[in-house]
Ligand binder design. Structure first.
Ligand code: APR
Length: 202
């Protein structure tokens, strides 16, 4: 299942070399890289948002900061027209990528970790599946994910990586059309956890 470890230059164009690992699922590739999601040149990147869609810290803050006001403007319209009460956990919506390299941003709300018996696993799985379904519906063939819910929302990354990879592999086994799913981890530490999980389930 694993292709050889290959190195890629840093997404931000610097010479920092990063490792990436990939597996093929049907006609799609799943790649794990260490980098900054706002620098990814995939058709879509996923934002780990909150239900307000009005921005925040972490990935959310970085995407709004770099993507510019256009993204927030479209989020406000989505809130008014479709989600006046806020985007429910596990759902996904799409906006322009604004000034980002990616053409689109898919905003999803991951579950807050309360210990694991409040349906967190299914909600996290839904978030990944709904982002992929929305990408496919809109012709986005390459998509980058951050490690949803494993920052401010406190989902243990070892557990979250298992849910994330299983949800993505399961979706790709049932649906054609996506060419690449890229997990963009913000540290080598997180990348190694995802790689270990990859190895466990492959
Ligand atoms: N690129 C890639 N990954 C990143 C980046 C980045 N630029 N910045 C942070 N991360 C990583 C974090 O290290 C963590 O592993 O993304 C993962 C998710 O962290 P958060 O952004 O905190 O997202 P989450 O845990 O889902 O919490 C969402 O935080 O920022 C607020 O508005 C957001 O309320 C929402 C909550």
């Amino acid at each position: 299942m694993f292709e050889d470890m290959k190195t890629i230059t840093g997404e931000s164009g610097n010479n920092e070399r990063k490792n990436s690992r990939g597996i093929r699922v049907g006609t799609a590739r799943i790649n794990l890289v260490c980098g900054d999601i706002t620098e990814q040149e995939t058709d879509a990147i996923v934002n780990a948002a909150n239900s307000s869609l009005m921005g925040g810290g972490g990935v959310d803050g970085a995407i709004h900061r770099k993507g510019g006001a256009e993204i927030l403007e479209e989020c406000k319209i989505i809130r008014q027209e479709s989600y006046p009460e806020g985007l429910p956990t596990g759902k996904a919506v799409m906006t322009t990528g604004g000034k980002l390299k990616a053409k689109r941003v898919i905003h999803t709300v991951g579950p807050i970790w309360y210990g694991g018996d409040k349906g967190e696993q299914e909600l996290l799985s839904q978030a990944y599946r709904n982002c992929l379904a929305l990408a496919l519906e809109n012709g986005a063939k390459t998509i980058s994910f951050p490690s949803i819910s494993t920052g401010a929302y406190g989902y243990p990354i070892e557990k979250a990586s298992l849910v994330a990879l299983r949800a993505v592999i399961g979706f790709l086994e049932k649906n054609e059309g996506i060419k690449e799913v890229r997990f963009v981890l913000h540290s080598i530490h997180d990348l190694k956890i995802y790689e270990n999980t990859f190895t466990e389930i492959s």
